[in-house]
Design a protein around this ligand. Structure first.
Ligand SMILES: [Zn+2]
Length: 361
């Protein structure tokens, strides 16, 4: 993998990743205003969780027509976020970031009127990862070579963002499909570098520690061992297993675990990365062809925190769709949104059967 680093007109960084060396010299001639980020973290003392307040993001681009896509390569007379005329995989800092390294650091110690609601600057980083220059392609159709390049890019970005001061968690993810609120249809994902442990990671780490305290065993290892030989495996190879979790929350949910315990994507070896591309494309293909139209999905990498619990964590991917039937989405209503108690009307064993039965083209 070859990396070329350039600057965009407003000073943001853009990184080109190519499978073979390619000259990347195109400059960004746009007249862009400087990026201003005033995000704050606010602490919710009842939930013991941080909330990112990013009120400056209201003006961000919303579903532009395809001929105005800011993630397509630039053409003469139509500059985009990517100055080059073509690219393989490209990463750049989000123009409307929720978290940024140059965020306004001058924040009061607490929210107005509540000293328990501690404030911190929203420092961190938000990056966009474009998987291909082809506007109408989707990840499921990238092919093994490009998918492997994306895996290498996720790993490279995780390693680099982990070195930023104050970053506690690097989160690679993809929101796919308009039905779940994607504002740009060009195939892309995002990477957030958070300055705190996100609630899901903190909660899972707590479960792993309690289980070890009670049994002396590794919770991740025991879950994976059970699922690998259970009725909910959807796809597997030597290095990875994709299964519907026994207590899936979403109508369609698959978790993807490596056979060997590694804390994060950078720790995967060559064979594991190739095997990941293979099994991930297989599972995405099943999501795409389960119904007449591709399912919207969220792909969410659960990596070890940057500093804490690295020896205890087991890298895994959570892939889920909110679609429960053609034309029907699961909405997070009273029980889920109000109480955080999920009620699902799909049976996980049936979902695994259905995904296994999908005939891939
Ligand atoms: Zn595009």
């Amino acid at each position: 993998m070859f990396r070329t680093r350039r600057d965009l007109a407003d000073g943001r960084e853009i990184l080109y990743f190519d499978a073979e060396p390619v000259r990347r010299d195109a400059g960004d001639g746009r007249d862009l205003p400087a990026v201003v980020t005033r995000s704050q973290l606010r602490f919710d003392p009842l939930l013991d969780e941080w909330v990112v307040v990013a009120a400056h993001r209201q003006t961000r681009t919303f579903l532009p027509p395809a001929d105005q896509c800011p993630l397509c390569p630039s053409r003469p007379g139509r500059p985009t976020e990517v100055p080059e005329a073509d690219y393989q995989v490209v990463v750049f800092e989000n123009r409307f970031p929720s978290l940024a390294t140059d965020v306004d650091r001058d924040v009061p110690p607490a929210a107005p009127g509540n000293p328990l609601a501690e404030l911190r600057p929203g420092s961190g980083r938000c990056e966009v990862v474009c998987f291909t220059s082809e506007h109408n392609r989707v990840f499921a159709e990238l092919g093994p070579d490009r998918a492997r390049l994306v895996v290498d890019v996720w790993a490279e970005r995780t390693a680099e963002l982990s070195t930023l001061e104050g970053v506690e968690q690097v989160f690679c993810f993809e929101n796919h499909g308009e039905e779940i609120g994607v504002t740009l249809s060009h195939p892309h994902g995002q990477i957030y570098a958070y300055p705190f442990l996100p609630p899901r990671v903190a909660k899972v780490l707590g479960s792993v520690r309690r289980y070890r305290g009670a049994t002396g065993r590794d919770l991740f290892a025991d879950v994976l061992e059970a699922e690998r030989s259970g009725p909910r495996v959807v796809a597997a190879n030597e290095h990875w297993t994709a299964f519907v979790p026994a207590a899936a929350r979403w109508p369609y949910e698959v978790q993807l675990f490596p056979t060997r315990r590694v804390p994060d994507l950078p720790a995967l070896d060559d064979a594991e990365r190739d095997a990941l591309a293979e099994v991930y494309l297989d599972v995405l293909g099943r999501f795409a062809h389960r119904f007449d139209t591709p399912m919207p999905y969220i792909a969410s990498w659960n990596q070890a925190p940057v500093h804490e619990g690295r020896e205890e964590w087991w890298l895994h991917l959570q892939l889920f769709s909110l679609r429960r039937a053609p034309g029907k989405l699961k909405y997070l209503a009273g029980s889920e949104s109000g109480m955080g108690a999920f009620i699902t009307d799909t049976n996980p064993e049936d979902v695994a059967d259905q995904l296994r039965a999908v005939v891939l083209p």
